[in-house]
Ligand binder design. Structure first.
Ligand code: NAD
Ligand code: 6OD
Length: 480
């Protein structure tokens, strides 16, 4: 099947209006396509189409009908599974295995799980008696949930379809009309999703897609649009700040999943081999380009050297890893590799650019890297790098471990490695993070709350938490 070219999807029709910008392969740096930049009038048309859909057949769908549509979308992605995998791999350069076992299955799972959750969702009722009220003073209070209206969904490049559908599915399940803007780096699976949604028979305007950049472009126009009733955004914390400024003008509610500088705490009683393997996964999966990746590892002093040696050996042996998303991002990561050395780091693995002797030498690769020896105040230890790199530092006791983990502007995820169950239960709630994994990493249950504290976000997604964000309760009081 011919790959689909990136196109906007507005009011049930595809269009490539707008000046095109080039799309590069992260694997070899070659230009592989072009993406239309949505001008302001295309964003306006998408918001208008969404508003019109809410006033039309889409606004009158029952939750049963919407859940059936979500299931048809899931089936549609499944039917074009290989096409989705190929598109995700082409845009991101991630190993095919990762796209085929995580990204695309999770996109399907997002639609199916929100269909189940929305359909099975109970509402609350309160039988009421008000003493002294004239008449019976009796009533039945109950709650109905109303969609927020037109929802803007803005998503990043690292898990393009997974993170887009993580918001689109609950937004549609709750009855909103969506205008989505995927990252300018990864337009392809979003375009395929629009095709699948089209085939699934959603009324025109219920789902719209616009492509383009963020600041001073389609993203900013969408996020600050007066016709948008809510914004669900995943991306960098600095972008969250910019979006919030625009949202403030219209008091638009936001749900933000932002950056992280996630800590792993490895206690002396941990199964060290498991902790090392777990850290290889948590720091280097998708070359560290997952918001949940560990960039700070703290190891109890008595096992510090043993851990660092074992981790460095494993990391030096890593082979089948993907590139950074862009030349710009590769340069940013490499600038942190240089900064780390200037700040006094010891580079125990990696630290540079790999040489493959094939077309990948034109791509955006950096070496998986392990650092030690930096103070907690170093920028390399405080700022999100979003690459295949972690810094390992020692700690002496539980209190110090918790203090170091919490000494960060971010608070997205943390991992605790210990065989002491009491310690796990003691430490987990003390870590300032939205998600704490014990002896595992990124083991996801889609019903659980997902999100961060501090600069890592506002609100929670996942299960009922997403359905809560994308709807508002209305109290109905019926006098008896
Ligand atoms: P980014 O913030 O640069 O871009 C994300 C999206 O926002 C893109 O679609 C972009 O075009 C758009 N955008 C940029 N500026 C905008 C503006 N002023 N107004 C409106 N839209 C704008 O992030 P990125 O580089 O694509 O992704 C990497 C970042 O995302 C990292 O910081 C990472 O930690 C974070 N992230 C967080 C999570 C999470 O769940 N917490 C998940 C994935 C990525
Ligand atoms: O697994 C998820 O639901 C999720 N939102 C993952 C985010 C990963 C960040 O890059």
């Amino acid at each position: 099947m011919m790959a689909m070219k990136p196109a906007h999807y507005v009011n049930g029709a595809f269009t490539t209006t707008g000046t095109a910008f080039p799309l590069f392969s992260p694997v070899d740096g070659s230009q592989v396509g072009a993406v239309p930049e949505a001008p302001r009038d295309v964003v306006d048309a998408a918001v208008r189409a969404a508003r019109t859909a809410l006033a039309g057949p889409w606004g009158r769908t029952s939750v049963e009908e919407r859940c059936s549509m979500l299931r048809r979308i899931a089936d549609g992605i499944e039917a074009r599974f290989d096409e989705f995998v190929a598109a995700e791999v082409a845009d991101t350069g991630k190993p095919r295995e990762l796209a085929a076992t995580v990204d695309i299955p999770r996109a399907i799972g997002n639609f199916r799980s929100y269909a189940d959750l929305a359909y099975g969702r109970p509402e609350r009722a309160y039988p009421t008696t008000v003493p002294g009220w004239s008449g019976s003073g009796q009533a039945l209070n109950y709650t109905v949930r109303r969609p927020l209206g037109v929802v803007a969904i803005i998503s990043p490049w690292n898990l393009p379809l997974l993170l887009l559908t993580w918001k689109v599915a609950p937004a549609l399940a709750a009855g909103n009309a969506v205008v989505a803007k995927p990252s300018e780096e990864t337009p392809s699976t979003a375009t395929l999703l629009a095709a699948v949604i089209d085939e699934a028979g959603l009324p025109a305007g219920a789902f719209n897609l616009v492509h383009g950049h963020g600041a001073n472009a389609a993203g900013e126009h969408l996020a600050s649009h007066p016709g948008v009733d809510a914004i669900a955004f995943t991306g960098a914390s600095a972008t969250g700040t910019a979006i919030m400024r625009g949202a403030a003008d219209h008091v638009t509610p936001v749900s933000f999943e932002l950056g992280g500088k996630n800590a792993a705490l490895v206690f002396a009683d941990a199964d060290l081999a498991e902790a090392v393997e777990g850290t290889v996964r948590s720091s280097f999966t998708h070359s560290g380009q997952i918001c949940l990746c560990t960039e700070r590892v703290y190891v109890q002093r008595s096992r510090f050297e043993e851990f660092v040696d074992a981790l460095a050996e494993r990391v030096r042996a890593l082979q089948d890893y993907g590139p950074m998303i862009s030349a710009e991002h590769r340069d940013k990561v490499l600038s942190y590799y240089r900064l780390a050395v200037e700040e006094g780091a010891t580079v125990v693995a990696g630290g540079g650019v790999p040489s493959f002797g094939d077309e990948r030498d034109g791509g955006f690769y950096v070496e998986p890297t392990v650092l030690t020896g930096l103070p907690q105040t170093a920028r390399t230890v405080r700022e999100e790098i979003f690459g295949p790199v972690c810094h390992v530092a020692p700690f002496d006791d539980e209190d110090e471990a918790v203090r170091l983990a919490n000494d960060s502007p971010y608070g997205l995820a943390a991992t605790v490695w210990t065989t002491d169950l009491s310690r796990a239960h003691r430490v987990a709630p003390r870590v300032e993070a939205g998600i704490v994994w014990v002896n595992c990493w990124n083991l996801r249950d889609l019903r659980t709350p997902f999100g961060g504290v501090k600069a890592s976000g506002i609100g929670r997604e996942g299960g009922e938490y997403s359905l809560d964000f994308f709807s508002e309760p209305v109290n109905v009081c019926v006098k008896i």
